[in-house]
Design a binder for this molecule. Structure first.
Ligand code: HEC
Ligand code: HEC
Ligand code: HEC
Ligand code: HEC
Ligand code: HEC
Ligand code: HEC
Ligand code: HEC
Length: 272
């Protein structure tokens, strides 16, 4: 028998023990990691207000909407039929419901029979709404948007926080949503000699009013916007005219053709 090659054996033994320790420690680390993580995770910050950016009233407790009626009859009455009045969060952790889901716990305010420093008034701050509608924040970050995050206007310019019609588009007439817009955009109201029937279905048939990737907050950037309603079987006939030569020149409204999409006083084909 040859002499054993001690160098090779030592080397093999070294590798084996190393491998053992690697596996051993890996196993140890693995089994330990969840416990360690839990230890190192900082305790969640104490919730001080109903939503980010607002410090709750220290020491205040939730008292329920019924309490508010005695002094805020108008808001309570208005609020009864609102979507938000029907929200019921079935969790002990979130007691905030009714009025207090936006105004925070109100016991101190009630005990003091009113006051301004013992209750949250979100005023124009959208964070009160983002607490639950966080997805809307993303919409207002799209390239073309109403300047809500910039603080130039607020959710409550278009949505009534207490009213039955938190949605501006539930008004009894089709003009409901449009009225919400005319407050600031008077030019689009008309009356026009030649009205565009496409407007009657509401501004939101063409505009994504929170925000859009298209200029002027349009739902589509090009002719597709108009062709949603104006395609005909004999396309490219639109109305009584062939648009075969016109469509490639640009969009229906920007190529100098139907520039007055909201209505015109000069031309029945909606031109300025
Ligand atoms: C969806 C959120 C929300 C709910 C729910 C809500 N409010 Fe408000 N409330 C607001 C906002 C936002 C304002 C500030 C409006 C503004 O300044 O434009 C406000 C303002 C107020 C004001 C001050 C009014 C003023 O003229 O300055 C009172 C009082 C009030 N709310 C009471 C109530 C009562 C009572 C309830 C329940 C019946 C209630 N709110 C439910 C969001 C809410
Ligand atoms: C006992 C009467 C009373 C009760 C009950 C009461 N409030 Fe008030 N609240 C007042 C008075 C008075 C004011 C006006 C304070 C002022 O102008 O100084 C007020 C003001 C407010 C404001 C506006 C504060 C501001 O900064 O402008 C809000 C919001 C509000 N109350 C919400 C509530 C909510 C929500 C409840 C029920 C949980 C409630 N109140 C219950 C009397 C009451
Ligand atoms: C405590 C959570 C909560 C807060 C705070 C809150 N909302 Fe809502 N909101 C809801 C839920 C839940 C619904 C119903 C489900 C839905 O349509 O997404 C709703 C529905 C709506 C709707 C659709 C209403 C309908 O009839 O379809 C609008 C508009 C709205 N909220 C606006 C607001 C505005 C503006 C604010 C801030 C002033 C606000 N919300 C604050 C939870 C909240
Ligand atoms: C310029 C007016 C305007 C502003 C400002 C505005 N909204 Fe709206 N919002 C509307 C209109 C109009 C609709 C209906 C859209 C539709 O029917 O296509 C709507 C729909 C909604 C809805 C229900 C439908 C949906 O898209 O889920 C919620 C919730 C809502 N808005 C929340 C908010 C919040 C939160 C803010 C502020 C951060 C806000 N809105 C600011 C006009 C506005
Ligand atoms: C409280 C006022 C206010 C209300 C209400 C309002 N807007 Fe606006 N709107 C603005 C402001 C401010 C701008 C930004 C203007 C700017 O950037 O120059 C704007 C911009 C726009 C633009 C883009 C204009 C451009 O030249 O790019 C459109 C489209 C628009 N709004 C449609 C609507 C519609 C549709 C509604 C109703 C759902 C509405 N707005 C409600 C204030 C308002
Ligand atoms: C049939 C589609 C359509 C409808 C419905 C519509 N718009 Fe427009 N709007 C457009 C188009 C297209 C533009 C861009 C025009 C351009 O770039 O020349 C525009 C632009 C705007 C602008 C920017 C200023 C301007 O005239 O270029 C505002 C503000 C506006 N719309 C508000 C409204 C309001 C408010 C309503 C509801 C009354 C409404 N729009 C309904 C298609 C529409
Ligand atoms: C929501 C549906 C709808 C949309 C979107 C729409 N329209 Fe219309 N439009 C109508 C209706 C309905 C009429 C009236 C009936 C008709 O002439 O087809 C009309 C009429 C017209 C007319 C007058 C036609 C004539 O012969 O007098 C023009 C021009 C017009 N639209 C241009 C546009 C342009 C440009 C766009 C895109 C910015 C557009 N429309 C988007 C529904 C729509």
């Amino acid at each position: 028998m040859k002499n054993p090659d001690w160098r090779k054996i030592k080397l093999a033994a070294f590798f084996l023990t190393s491998a053992f320790f690697v596996i051993f420690y890996a196993g140890l680390a693995f089994s330990e990691s969840p416990a360690k993580e839990a230890e190192e995770k900082p305790a969640p910050p104490e919730k001080t207000g109903p939503f980010e950016g607002f410090t709750g009233i220290p020491g205040a407790k939730y008292v329920g909407s019924e309490t508010c009626g005695a002094c805020h009859e108008k808001e309570v009455k208005e609020f009864q039929r609102s979507t938000h009045a029907r929200i019921n969060i079935p969790s002990e952790a979130v007691k905030a419901q009714g009025c207090e889901m936006c105004h925070g716990p109100a016991s101190l305010h009630v005990d003091a029979s009113g006051g301004k420093d013992n209750i949250i008034n979100p005023r124009k701050d959208p964070n009160a709404c983002f607490a639950c509608h966080l997805d809307k924040k993303m919409e207002f970050r799209l390239p073309y948007h109403h300047p809500v995050l910039e603080g130039k206007m607020s959710c409550t310019d278009c949505h009534s926080p207490h009213g039955e019609e938190v949605r501006p588009w539930t008004a009894t007439t089709l003009h409901g949503v449009n009225e919400a817009c005319f407050k600031c955009h008077k030019e689009q109201r008309g009356p026009f000699v030649w009205e565009h029937e496409g407007i009657r279905e509401g501004c939101t048939t063409c505009h994504k009013v929170h925000g859009s990737i298209h200029e002027k907050m349009l739902i589509a950037r090009d002719n597709n916007l108009c062709l949603r309603c104006h395609t005909q079987v004999n396309f490219p006939m639109i109305g009584k005219q062939s648009h075969a030569g016109r469509l490639p020149q640009g969009s229906c409204f920007s190529a100098g053709c139907h520039t007055a999409v909201h209505g015109s006083n000069f031309d029945d084909h909606l031109r300025y």
